[in-house]
Design a protein. Sequence first.
Length: 123
Amino acid sequence: MEEKRPLQSIPDDELLHRLAELMGQSRRAEADIVAHIAEVEERRLFARQAFPSMFAYCMDVLHLSEAEAYLRISAARASRKHPILLTMLADGRLPCWPRTSPARTGKGSWNEPPTGPSVRSRS
């Protein structure tokens, strides 16, 4: 059976436009997720469902990996102190996740902060 690829029929410029739009939607959704995690943790709603921590809730209920749970909870906690971070996540000024993963590089750990310039240069 041949796999269908409906994106092949989309003109180049439209495909690029759609991709940019999807990335914007993804960033806004990620900022909303982080904000929700912050509020759920603040209210300790995970305990109502018999979870010992927000981390356990994220892994068991939201089906996040350890790394995803750690990063999102860290971002949520930081956003409670600095709400501007949610705006920066949503508009792309702040990347959601490290640009390289330990699995790809064989170095470091998920618990280490990303290194390198925080602001991307645009040509």
